[in-house]
Design a protein around this ligand. Sequence first.
Ligand code: ZN
Length: 335
Amino acid sequence: MPTTKRKTGLPTKRKHSLGKTLARPWIAAVLALGVGLALGAGLTLFLGETPSASKIETTHKEAARRPVPKVAGLPAAKPGDFLPGEASKPQWIRNAVAVPENGERPLIAIVIDDLGLSPKRSAMAIGLPGPLTLAFLPYAAKLPEQARRARAAGHELLVHVPMEPEGKVADPGPRALMTRMSVEEILERLRWDLDRFDHYVGINNHMGSKFTKNPERLALVFQELKSRGLLFLDSRTTSDTVARELAGEMGIPFAERQVFLDNYLSAKNVHERLARLEEIARNEGVAVAIGHPHEVTMAALREWLPTLEEKGFALVPVSAVVRKRLDGQGAVTGR
Ligand SMILES: [Zn+2]
């Protein structure tokens, strides 16, 4: 689609100027190998993956295109010198929650975001039957501990990155990514967000109806995700979002929300939204919902989640939706 490409495509120059900012993740990759070797089986809890995930990796050419890092005290890696096994896989695959083969069953992913500020509400979400996908705000306290509990309970993790909304009324909270910021400011904030805890598969946007419309600013975020091997879940807080198109152009593992569960806080509404979610999953084979840690949402989910199995749906983490999407595009197997 040449017209749309022109609209959101990045000038090659900009991509290149970002290259030098991308070395850091390789320090993490090298460290991850060391830590992995040291901790051995202790880490396996966090390294769940499925056979199809390794299929993705064997055909994955991304590693070969990454910039070569210079790490103090270590010889610089040469292209082709990539780490064997787990440590060489993109984070979104390495940190994915394992799911059984689901055959032809429609997939449903439930994301609970805005988590972390209230330990009580986080505990409520963590206590729901999973695997759910839990998205933590980066400025919440005791995040490593909350995230570890969530992961140990079998849920997948996202960083819920605050981004600029349209209008002056909505407050995205502290440290949001704003379109008026410089490249350096955006990257500094994003990297701070991404360094709060570990073992997440990617990010989704908190608010962001203005930021996700801006292809140049969003491309900065995607470039950082790409260098770290992370996925993007578009919360779709605006229908004008360019995230899907840009993710396609930049090769970012991607999924998007189809249903918000609790824009209206009543049990009746949440159940209606869940019914709508089932309908989308039946028609399209996959459906992603986002809800929030409100009592009413949690109660509805507690009732509804156990019914999925007998209705013929597979409850999956968001990484499984991304994987299915890549499969459908032939991006995984090269079809
Ligand atoms: Zn949010």
